[in-house]
Design a binder for this molecule. Structure first.
Ligand code: ZN
Length: 459
């Protein structure tokens, strides 16, 4: 049975005839809508998310759904709309309106034209994450149009500033409008999704946690002087010594539960030499040779198995013959979500072993992991399997961070789940050039999101 037919039968059992026509129109309409949303330039910096709010408002107006908007700062728009339902914990459909900059000289098409070419829709935000925002919107509208009684409130939430940390978006709303989230139990956001592995195998990862960013600034101080008269010790020499200690350090490996499940789920798709290790990853992480080879082949997966630090910024003197009074190094550390951030910073201080180097915390989050045994996780699994019967659904852990951490920090289960099944190579445009999504991928994803929302919010 073809996928389209299966999907058709599913809708038939869930919706009335007129709702089917409307749901089909929402699936077909997703391409034009995403194209239009891409044409709304919300590049961050500066963001201008209010433009996106205006665009989404028009669609909600036409559908007769009321909504509210707020600017956290001039032009930094945020929008939310609610479908009222029963007493079960509410669901938030979250996306960020902003996108990262695009340099047109590296693109084969205008990144803000929303062009369709050879079966793909191109543009900044086609994957990250205007596509998911529009797919959530179509599913939200489909739910509204069924007129069915919902077992919980469903909130459509579009926010500013994720690409610069989210403090003018989700962070701002949680701080200034906590009432919005009083009854919320679940969030669906970016961070996971489906992929074709080889021929027909489909794997969905549902992101349940992230490494915690611990961004640190190390400041060494010493006597300034002339470059022609070297001193025994300077700010720069101290800092370089500390940097050496850091680059030579490999933090102790630890396999947290969702990472173990993720590796086990990915095992069948690895090169022969790695299958056994992925299946029983905890038996292999103590082997430095294995860890080194994994880091060479796949630095992202390796980073899920231990705390890491990348030295990213180095500053000494601005003039060749001046010994500076101060030298600075910035560290992008990512800590496993089971660990204590203060303890980790103490560990860094011990490692550097130099009281003349100050360790400042630039930013860090609280650690949190969402459960894999909730009703929403189960609904994602069952809906994914109805639309793709052979698909595997596994927990996912990411090395980067999204706005989900704001919700996890206040005890709300948040899942990274985009309903798209990407073909090999299709995900490569995220934050890069020629970002694009397949038209079929987009439509099938819309249908999956419509099904998921029906499954989770109607009895
Ligand atoms: Zn994103």
């Amino acid at each position: 049975m073809g996928r389209e037919l299966r999907i058709g039968l599913l809708i038939l059992s869930a919706l009335s005839t007129s709702s089917i026509i409307e749901a089909n129109a929402l699936v077909d309409g997703v391409v034009d809508r995403l194209s239009e949303y891409i044409q709304v330039d919300t590049t961050n910096p500066p963001g201008n998310e209010q433009r996106g709010v205006v665009y989404l408002s028009k669609i909600l107006d036409a559908s007769g759904i009321s909504y509210k908007t707020v600017e956290s700062a001039p032009a930094r728009g945020n929008l939310w709309a609610k479908l009222e339902g029963g007493d079960k914990p509410a669901l938030v459909l979250l996306h960020h309106i902003d996108v990262v900059p695009a340099d047109p000289s590296y693109w084969s098409v205008d990144p803000y034209a929303g062009l369709v070419k050879e079966g793909y829709l191109y543009g900044r935000g086609a994957l990250d994450m205007k596509s998911l925002g529009i797919v959530q919107l179509q599913a939200f509208l489909a739910l509204h149009e069924t007129g069915k009684r919902l077992n919980r409130d469903v909130i459509y939430l579009a926010t500013a500033d994720e690409e610069a940390g989210g403090y003018a978006g989700v962070g701002w709303l949680i701080e200034n409008r906590p009432d919005l989230f009083d009854s919320v139990g679940f969030v669906l956001n970016e961070g996971g999704g489906g992929r074709f592995m080889g021929e027909d195998d489909v794997v969905f990862t549902v992101e349940v946690t992230q490494k915690i960013p611990v961004w640190l600034r190390l400041v060494a101080r010493g006597n300034p002087g002339h470059g022609s008269a070297p001193q025994v010790e300077t700010a720069v020499s101290r800092l370089i010594r500390a940097a050496y200690r850091l680059v030579d350090t490999r933090f102790k490996a630890e396999v947290i539960k969702p990472v173990r499940e993720m590796f086990r789920g990915l095992a069948p798709y690895q090169d022969a030499g790695y299958v056994e290790a992925f299946r029983n990853i905890e038996d292999f992480v103590g082997d430095p040779d294995f860890m080194r080879s994994l880091q060479l082949v796949n630095p992202g997966l390796h980073a899920l198995l231990r705390n890491t630090c990348s030295i990213t910024v180095l500053q000494g003197s601005s003039k060749i013959n001046v010994v500076p009074p101060e030298a600075v190094l910035e560290l992008d550390c990512r800590v496993l979500p089971t660990q204590d951030v203060d303890g980790f910073i103490e560990q860094i201080q011990t490692l550097i072993n130099d009281p003349n180097i100050e360790v400042e915390r630039i930013m860090s989050f609280a650690p949190a992991v969402s459960s894999t045994t909730t009703s929403l996780f189960e609904a994602i699994r069952s809906t994914a399997n109805k639309n793709y019967p052979e698909a595997k659904v596994i927990p996912g852990v990411t090395t980067g961070f999204t706005d989900s951490h704001f919700f996890r920090d206040i005890g709300i289960d948040s899942y990274g789940f985009a309903p798209f099944v990407l073909r090999p190579g299709e995900g490569s445009g995220i934050h890069g050039n020629d970002e694009r999504i397949g038209i079929e991928t987009l439509k099938e994803g819309t249908q999956l999101m419509i099904d998921l929302l029906q499954e989770f919010t109607t009895d």
